[in-house]
Every structure is written in structure tokens, then in C-alpha cells.
Design a protein around this ligand. Structure first.
Ligand code: MSP
Length: 673
């Protein structure tokens, strides 16, 4: 048994989880599950990066204590991953005490040996991507220096301070030697040259502290400075394995087997700064760093600041609704489709149409259909209770034995090198081969002709083929694959090698009555589902995202939506909405926004800011002291540079709007059910 330690980036908590961060996290989960099935001792770590300036700013905008804000956001990441069937072994937050200790220990070690020194710093800083740039890297355009990296090219800030520097320049040769002697370390291979040329262009020492005490890890023995967020964040990979307190654990797990990251943070941070920091403290660089491509939305980079973010949990809920699949199966379908469309290293365009088409073609028509057909024919011809019994094996049937062995080898080899698309191609080509086999051997005709022995042989062969495929599908679709296995009368888990063995299905074993796991989406539903845009409309040029939609409700129903046209929801759906009594503490108009009021409200234990489109209906002073109803667990929205943390409920009729309020005086914060 070997050990396998893999990591995702730790995500900034100023943003909610989206399809991009989910992409890396699901990929890591797939690879982790593959290794667990192989019997490896696996450590999958993910977490949150909390000391960024933009996190502090988001908390300040929201009028929140940054620790409470970060904790709440970290929980949202945890929950999102759980709902996406991701099972990390460790969730690390950079504000945890153990991590602060690790950062300070590493800092001290490097400073004591002269790799960290003090000096004057003058340079350009992007708060959005938390990166320093030299004047050459970020040339001036029209009096400002736009960030060369950030999608909206926000102006950089000039920073002039006395800071601490990490002697990165001293590591250039060692880094190049590492890369050249470990050709497998930097993946995909085409990114390796990018790293080599970045290093060969000359490495400058990096400024690794900021003179901004308060939010960040204090520099040891100099609390007037905090450690630069990237220097802090990268160390999480060591904190997870017990650095600096548990050297035995560090020795057990280090070097990490795989850092999975997006291409945005690959060259500069994960393939240059981080390996140099590790070399500095006498540890080996990671065994592999994989930089995957980016999902774009309708050709544009997806980002919070562009307002075109796709939320994976909501997308899964939508897919469940459109297809009728169980919610966890819809999640699995997304897990699978995200990696089916494009090679893992390359960029792709996220489109719901492709998701639905893939769902129908791969999952409903191919995979689901093979399982259903085989189970139904078996139940009809080899009945036992509601389902059937696995028919006897017939040695004459061999058509799928070779293809299964070849697919097993292909899928295994692909997963070993993170070629997730390659693995899925292997799986679905095999599933198509099974479908073709069924078409050729036509068991329904054999049944009609009463050729029972032959029929049994064909059904055994096809059922066994589906069993083999479920073994490979477990990492991608942990819930759906287990449901398929349940219908086949198999145990939920399977060792990876069972995918390479033919004939494990026991003749005579009892099967379950077939129930479609992936219901086919009918044409009408498909067309209706594709009417809506990919995400909320992107903001008009030059406008802050979402400022054009400060309505009372984020998605107001169209005027002619009749109540009987509204879909019913389960009680659990309603129960997910947290409604509270909110007392208005202050209210004022928002300059240059005719419709908006800026309210401070109290929920008893907590105060919040709410932006409401009420200015046409209420004078600010009419609202102060009123107790209203707030939707308290809506994702915060940025409107005109302010973050709105909830939505007030109001009834509307024609052009009249009336705020809802309890008919008795209840304390602020009271729950509404
Ligand atoms: N906090 C740093 C990482 C520190 S790791 C020691 C950070 N955080 S982030 O929240 O901005 O996450 C960036 C990562 O999210 C990317 O590297 C990638 O893994 C993932 N993605 C973000 N947007 C993405 C897409 N549009 N498409 C694919 N992955 C994307 O950077």
C-alpha cells in the first residue's frame, strides 16, 4: 500500500464557491477516490485562504468582523463540497492557530539562515489577485497601471514600504535542475516550458510582508508587519501534514504527490515560489504540480467582478429539476460532464446545453439504457421476486472480455496521470461497445425465440460489462455508481482491480427491480430549459456587477406569471430559506441610485447592511424603527460597491409595494416558519 497526498488550492473567502473552484475540487476528489479504491492511504486536503486584503475588504463592506465573516464563508465552502459529493480528509483554514504557527516557524527558519532579509520596497500591487508586479510587468496606460492579470484590469496600487524579502533569486539554478531532472513533475507537459522561461528570464527576490498589522500572520518578532498572503497560503500544504510540530508526520506524507491548481496560479506561485521555499527549509518539492485549464462563460473569463459566475450546487439543482434525476445523481452527472468535454489541461466554454446533451447521450441513452435493458430483460426471463437472478455464464460469449481489459488498462493509466477526460473517454467508449453488443446479439429476439440458454449467456455478459464499468465510475459518480451497483446486487464499494477481472458477477445472485438512474430529458423539457441565459446577464460595460438589479427580489417573476404556473416545491426547499424579523436601525438614500435605500438592520445578535429597491415607495425616515421580514441566508450581493446581506419581503400589486411585517411586536432576530 502506498500513500497519496493531494491538495487543491485553498480558496479566497471573499467569493462563494463556483463552477471553477468546484472543478479543481471535484477533480481532486475523483483522483483521491481512485487511489482509495486502489488501496492507497490517501490524504486529500482542501480549505480556505483567509488573510487576503480582499477578504478583509469584503468583511468591512459587509460591516462584519473579519473572523466571523471568514468563518461563515469557510462553512459555505465546506457545505458546497459536501453537496458536490466531495469528501476531503482535511479542511484547512489559514486563520487556524496551527497554521499561524507553521507560517511563523517557516519564516523564522528562512530568516535565521539569511534567506529572508529586510529592505525597502517599491512596487505595484493588485488587491484583486493579491500579486505584486514590477513597473515593467505592469506598464502605465493613460495615467494608471492596469493589472496585467485581473480580468477587469483594475488599477494597481503603488506600495512603498520597508519589508521583508525572500531570496528567490538564489534558487533559480536549483529550480531549473529540479524541473529538468524530474520531467514528470510539472504537468501538463506543455506548461513546463512556460515555467522554464519564467525562471530563465531572471527571478527577483519577492517581497513577503506588508506593513499592515491586523489582518494576517504577524511577522515573528516584528508585529508591525504581516506575512504576504501568498507566502502564508502556500504553507498550508505543510500545516496539513503537521509542520512544524510533528516531524514524523511530515516525513510520512511529504513530498506531496499532487498539487492540483488552475493555470492562473501555476507558474509563479506553485512551480517557482513554493518549491523554492521548500528547498529553503530542506524539504523536497512536490512530486507533481498539475495546472488545469479554465472554464469560460460564453467565451468570457468567469469572475465575481464580471458577474457571470456559475454556481455548481444551483446548477445541479436545476439539472435535477429538468431531468427528474435524484439530486445527488444530478450532482454526479455534473461531476462527470465537467471532465468529459475538454482535456483537463485546456480551457473550455461552460454551456448548459452541452451539459444536457451529455446527460442525455452518455448517461441516459448509453449508460442508463444498458443497465435498464439488461435488468428488465433479466427480470422478465429469469425472474425472482421483483427483479431477477443473474443468469448462468456461457463461455461462448467473449465479445466484451478483451475490450473490458483494454478499457481497464486505459482508464487506470489515464487516472494515474490526471487525464480525467481520457479516463471518461475510455469508460464511455466501452459503454457504447456494450450497447452495440446488445444491438448485435439482440437478446429480446432470443427471448422471443425461446433460446433461453443463449439469452442467459448474452445477459450475463452484458450485466458483467456494466459491473466492470461501475468500478471505474465510482470516482466520478460516487452516488450514481453505487445506485447502479445496488441494482446489480453488488456491494457499494469495489477495489479498483475488480474492474480488471472478468466474471465476478455470481450466477444466481439476486438483482433489484430496474429503476432508471438517469431519466432521459424529453425534447420539450430540453428546449424549455435552454431558454434562460447561462447566468444572470453580464453587467453593462463600466458598471459595477449587479448594480443594475437591486430589485426587491433577485429574480422577480415575470408580470404574467400566474400562481398556478409556479412549480410546487418540497417543504425541505422552503425550510432552506431563513426568514427573520429585522429591525431597521437606519435608512438613507444611495447617491446616484434613484431606487435604492441603504439600510442598517438588526437581527438581535447581529447587525447587517441591506440594499433595497424601496426608494420609490418609502421615505428613509418612514422605515427607521420598523420591524420587517428579512431573507437572512441569501448569498451577499454587491450593489454600488456596497454588500447587501439579505432581502426584505414586500408584496406588490401593479405599482404598489407594501413591506411585510409581523402583526405583533416580536424581538429582532425572531425566526419565521
Ligand atoms: N487563494 C489562492 C490560492 C492559494 S493556494 C495555496 C487563490 N484562490 S482562488 O479562490 O482565487 O482560487 C483560484 C483557483 O480556483 C484556480 O487556481 C482554479 O483552481 C480555480 N478556478 C477559479 N476559477 C476557475 C475557472 N473559471 N475555471 C477553472 N478553475 C478555476 O488563487
Amino acid at each position: 500500500m502506498s500513500r497519496y497526498y493531494l491538495t487543491t488550492p485553498i480558496y479566497y473567502v471573499n467569493d462563494v464557491p463556483h463552477i471553477g473552484t468546484a472543478y479543481t475540487t471535484i477533480a481532486a476528489d475523483i483522483i483521491a477516490r481512485f487511489h482509495r479504491q486502489r488501496g492507497d492511504e490517501v490524504l486529500l486536503a482542501t480549505g480556505t485562504d483567509e488573510h487576503a486584503t480582499k477578504v478583509l475588504q469584503a468583511a468591512q463592506f459587509a460591516g462584519r468582523n473579519p473572523h466571523a465573516f471568514a468563518a461563515e464563508m469557510a462553512d459555505r465552502f465546506r457545505l458546497a463540497w459536501e453537496r458536490l459529493n466531495v469528501a476531503p480528509d482535511v479542511f484547512i483554514r489559514t486563520t487556524e492557530e496551527r497554521h499561524v504557527r507553521a507560517v511563523q516557524a517557516l519564516f523564522r527558519t528562512l530568516r535565521e539562515q539569511g534567506d529572508i532579509y529586510e529592505g525597502p520596497y517599491e512596487g505595484w500591487y493588485c488587491v484583486s489577485c493579491e500579486t505584486y508586479f514590477s513597473a515593467e510587468e505592469a506598464p502605465e496606460v493613460g495615467g494608471v497601471r492596469p493589472c496585467p492579470n485581473e480580468p477587469r484590469h483594475k488599477p494597481l496600487e503603488l506600495v512603498r514600504e520597508t519589508n521583508y524579502f525572500f531570496r528567490l533569486s538564489a534558487y533559480a539554478e536549483r529550480l531549473l535542475t529540479w524541473i529538468r531532472t524530474n520531467p514528470e513533475a510539472l504537468q501538463p507537459a506543455f506548461r513546463r516550458n512556460e515555467v522554464i522561461s519564467f525562471i530563465e528570464q531572471g527571478l527577483r527576490d519577492v517581497c513577503i510582508t506588508r506593513a499592515a498589522a491586523g489582518w494576517g500572520v504577524p511577522v515573528p518578532d516584528d508585529p508591525s508587519q504581516v506575512v504576504y498572503v501568498w507566502f502564508d497560503a502556500l504553507i498550508n500544504y505543510l500545516t496539513v501534514v503537521g509542520y512544524p510540530d510533528e516531524p514524523d508526520q511530515v516525513a510520512r506524507w511529504w513530498p506531496a504527490d499532487l498539487h492540483l491548481v488552475g493555470k492562473d496560479i501555476y507558474v509563479r506561485f506553485h512551480c517557482t515560489l513554493w518549491p523554492a521555499m521548500l528547498m529553503g527549509i530542506g524539504l523536497e518539492p512536490p512530486r507533481r504540480v498539475f495546472g488545469h485549464g479554465f472554464w469560460m462563460i460564453e467565451g468570457a473569463k468567469m469572475s465575481k467582478s464580471l458577474g457571470n459566475v456559475v454556481e455548481p450546487v444551483r446548477t445541479a439543482e436545476w439539472l435535477a429539476e429538468v431531468s427528474g434525476a435524484a439530486p445527488a445523481v444530478a450532482v454526479d452527472a455534473i461531476r462527470c460532464c465537467l471532465f468529459r468535454e475538454m482535456p483537463f489541461g485546456e480551457d473550455g466554454n461552460f454551456a448548459r446545453a452541452s451539459l444536457l446533451n451529455r446527460f442525455n447521450s452518455d448517461l441516459a441513452n448509453d449508460l442508463g439504457n444498458v443497465l435498464n435493458r439488461c435488468l428488465s430483460l433479466t427480470a422478465q426471463n429469469f425472474p425472482e421476486g421483483a427483479g431477477g437472478r443473474v443468469p448462468p455464464r456461457r463461455t461462448e460469449e467473449t465479445a466484451l472480455v478483451e475490450p473490458a481489459a483494454a478499457a481497464h488498462a486505459r482508464v487506470t493509466a489515464a487516472l494515474e496521470v490526471c487525464e480525467l477526460q481520457g479516463a471518461l473517454t475510455g469508460i464511455f467508449e466501452f459503454v457504447s461497445a456494450v450497447n452495440r453488443y446488445l444491438g448485435e446479439r439482440a437478446p429480446w429476439i432470443l427471448a422471443r425465440e425461446g433460446k433461453r440458454e443463449e439469452l442467459g449467456g448474452v445477459l450475463y455478459h452484458a450485466l458483467e460489462a456494466v459491473r466492470v464499468a461501475t468500478v471505474w465510475l465510482i470516482p466520478f459518480m460516487p452516488v450514481a455508481a453505487v445506485e447502479m451497483r445496488r441494482q446489480l446486487g453488488l456491494a457499494a464499494t469495489a477495489a479498483w482491480d475488480e474492474g480488471g477481472d472478468w466474471g465476478l458477477l455470481a450466477p444466481g445472485a439476486v438483482l433489484t427491480a430496474p429503476r432508471p438512474v438517469f431519466p432521459r430529458i424529453e425534447k420539450k423539457a430540453l428546449q424549455a430549459a435552454l431558454q434562460a441565459p447561462e447566468t444572470a446577464a453580464p453587467p453593462a460595460p463600466g458598471k459595477e456587477p449587479m448594480e443594475t438589479a437591486p430589485a426587491l427580489s433577485p429574480a422577480p417573476p415575470t408580470e404574467d406569471a400566474a400562481p398556478e404556473g409556479i412549480a410546487t416545491i418540497a417543504f425541505e426547499d422552503f425550510a432552506r430559506v431563513e426568514l427573520r424579523v429585522a429591525e431597521v436601525l437606519s435608512a438613507e438614500r444611495v447617491p446616484k441610485a434613484d431606487k435604492l435605500l441603504h439600510l442598517r438592520i438588526s437581527l438581535g445578535a447581529e447587525e447587517r447592511t441591506v440594499l433595497a429597491g424601496l426608494a420609490e415607495y418609502y421615505q428613509p425616515e418612514q422605515l427607521v424603527g420598523r420591524k420587517l421580514i428579512l431573507v437572512a441566508n441569501l448569498a451577499p450581493r454587491k450593489i454600488r460597491g456596497l454588500v447587501s446581506q439579505g432581502m426584505l419581503l414586500a408584496a406588490e400589486h401593479g405599482d404598489r409595494v407594501s413591506l411585510l411585517q409581523p402583526d405583533q411586536d416580536l424581538p429582532a432576530g425572531s425566526r419565521i416558519r
